[in-house]
Design a protein around this ligand. Structure first.
Ligand SMILES: Cc1ncc(C[n+]2csc(CCOP(=O)(O)OP(=O)(O)O)c2C)c(N)n1
Ligand code: SF4
Ligand SMILES: [Mg+2]
Length: 300
């Protein structure tokens, strides 16, 4: 594979300067690099979330591409409608349809419309930026909130681990499934570029650190996102037509001795304050099992 370098990244910006995101919001970085990779011939559909706040009030738009704001549960359905209308006009090979939604809008409330679109093999990219809670409305837990995390609706720490959305999407047999992380913008750029050239449903799930929701200083965003990868909690990979491919930033963590202790990641965020020893042991087991599975997939 040809390596993309910083200098290869499209200079054109598709987000105007001065958005309403919090300082240190990884989602703004993710969106910026995704749009650079997608280019001007893109139509987006976005449900209620911090991302709609980025776009601004009605009558204004902070992006240079068209964005449809859609009701919370309907992102997959609205993307299907846009694709159908482009097909009717013979423009579907030219214009890329992209749904961009938060974790609440994806793993919980938007899952049925997304599943329907994926089952039909709708030709679009679905990107979930995962800040692991309903942040825009004040940090309520979602299905993507990790075990032990304090939110306003899990004041004692969430009892259950994250819903495995990657497995759910892979089970649909779609063209492309990938993980990404706001601290690795070049990897994000490469994955969106690749997904844009593929036919069928493409799903990219991007971990998106959030300073107020996770409880850390905004200047630590890149460090926190990297720790998720360096501890082995958030491996970066792609599954292209069923074939598993570990991304280069994660390759060295196949060796468990290269992984940082998970407490480095959890301990750096206030949302995990007071996490129990049992929860930490569950994290260690989860990470070991995850990498055993990755190793098996690579060996075959
Ligand atoms: C049907 C419906 N229910 C609830 C809301 C209120 N609401 C707006 S944004 C939001 C949170 C979205 O969470 P997520 O998808 O994780 O995105 P984030 O805010 O974290 O970026 C909620 C609950 C709504 N707009 N529509
Ligand atoms: S609450 Fe979190 S996700 Fe929302 S704008 Fe602020 S930093 Fe970004
Ligand atoms: Mg969220």
């Amino acid at each position: 594979m040809n390596l993309v370098k910083v200098m290869d990244v499209q200079e054109e910006e598709y987000i105007y300067p001065g958005t309403r995101m919090c300082a240190g919001c990884a989602m703004a970085l993710i969106y910026r690099f995704a749009l650079k990779a997608l280019g001007p011939k893109t139509i987006l559909t976005v449900p209620a979330s911090c991302l709609t706040v980025l776009h601004g009030m009605q009558g204004f738009c902070t992006t240079k591409v068209s964005v449809l704001h859609t009701p919370f549960a309907t992102t997959g359905a609205s993307a299907s409608g846009i694709v159908a209308s482009l097909e009717e006009k013979g423009l579907n090979n030219e214009i890329c349809v992209v749904a961009f939604a938060g974790d609440g809008g994806t793993v919980d409330i938007g899952i049925q419309a997304l599943s329907g679109a994926a089952e039909r093999g709708t030709d679009f990219i679905y990107a979930c930026y995962d800040n692991e809670a309903y942040m825009n409305t004040g940090v309520q837990r979602s299905g993507a909130t990790p075990q032990g995390a304090h939110t306003t609706t899990t004041p004692g720490g969430k009892m259950k681990p994250k819903k495995n959305m990657l497995k759910i999407m892979e089970a649909h047999g779609i063209a492309y499934v990938a993980t990404a992380n706001g601290s690795y913008p070049i990897d994000i750029y490469e994955k969106f570029k690749k997904a844009r050239t593929m036919i069928g449903t493409k799903y990219i799930h991007i971990l998106s650190p959030c300073p107020p929701g996770w409880g850390y200083d905004p200047k630590e965003t890149i460090k926190i996102g990297r720790l998720a990868v360096e501890t082995g909690f958030w491996p970066l990979y792609e599954i292209i037509n069923g074939k598993f491919n570990l991304s280069r930033e994660s390759k060295k963590y196949l060796d468990p001795s290269k992984r940082k202790p998970i407490i480095d990641y959890l301990g750096a965020q206030k949302r995990f304050k007071g996490i129990s020893d049992e929860d930490i042991e569950d994290y260690k087991t989860y990470i070991n099992n995850l990498w055993d599975e990755i190793k098996k997939r690579i060996d075959h």
